[in-house]
Design a protein around this ligand. Structure first.
Ligand code: DX5
Ligand code: ZN
Length: 227
């Protein structure tokens, strides 16, 4: 995956489900790079989001890559179904993956990029021996389960440490930040090493979501912040 640009992935969780097609069309026309799809099972996280019929509707309307974040137990049981729906990236949580290496390769064998999501308390050092098999780390900067939560500032340091591991192992892994991303923390996250920024409530809660995506993308790709 191209590492030269920082991608913006609006989270559909914060879209208007009464008028979902309109929000997906807005994302199609916007500068969004990916669509982030949050799947919650009410077991791994204390909330249930949506399942296959809704995902299918999103996949049918979407013209951009689908970045599927599985917040579910036993994710290996469902990766094939999400691959068939057309996911480009599927992330499973480290905390529910006893055989993470096997699940990552199950995803790759389906022709999909393989991601690992980490809860805020899960150390990035746990990925050291598998990082070369990981296309994307979805680093949670809130506790998974809900949109609209406050960003956890400890994330910056975690991003820097993960970036060091990726560079040391000569891996091509992208770092995605998920939770509480706004135009106020986007530049600092990119400076720390982030490659993909997920944003739900900040985009869909804005008066002009299209302009907000454009703004975030501009801030995230402003090379002067790296100086
Ligand atoms: C949280 C989800 C996030 C969420 C982000 O469990 O994984 O993707 O939709 O929403 P905001 O940007 O509102 O924190
Ligand atoms: Zn997510």
């Amino acid at each position: 995956m191209n590492q030269d640009i920082v991608r913006i992935a609006p989270s559909v969780l914060s879209a208007d489900f009464g008028n979902l097609a309109a929000d997906i069309h807005m994302l199609n026309r916007s500068e969004a790079d990916w669509l982030h799809i949050d799947i919650m099972d009410g077991v791994f996280v204390p909330n249930i989001s949506f399942g296959f019929p809704v995902c299918k509707a999103i996949a049918t309307a979407a013209e951009k890559p689908l970045d599927v974040h599985l917040m579910i137990v036993q994710p290996e049981r469902y990766v094939e179904a999400f691959a068939k729906l057309g996911a480009s990236v599927i992330s499973v949580h480290y905390e529910v993956s006893t055989h993470l290496h096997r699940t990552l390769h199950q995803i790759k064998d389906l022709g999909v990029k393989a991601g690992v999501a980490l809860n805020p308390h899960t150390s990035v050092s746990l990925l050291e021996d598998v990082i070369q098999d990981v296309d994307l780390v979805c680093m949670m900067s809130v506790n998974p389960g809900f949109g609209g939560q406050k960003f956890i500032a400890q994330t910056y340091e975690k991003v820097s440490r993960l970036k060091e591991i990726i560079l040391k192992k000569n891996a091509k892994t992208l770092i995605e930040i998920d939770g509480g991303v706004t135009s106020a923390n986007a530049a600092d996250l990119v400076a720390a090493g982030a490659d993909v920024l997920v944003a739900g409530s900040f985009v869909f809660g804005a008066e002009n979501p299209t302009a907000t995506i454009q703004d975030l993308r501009r801030i995230a790709n402003d090379k002067s912040v790296m100086a």
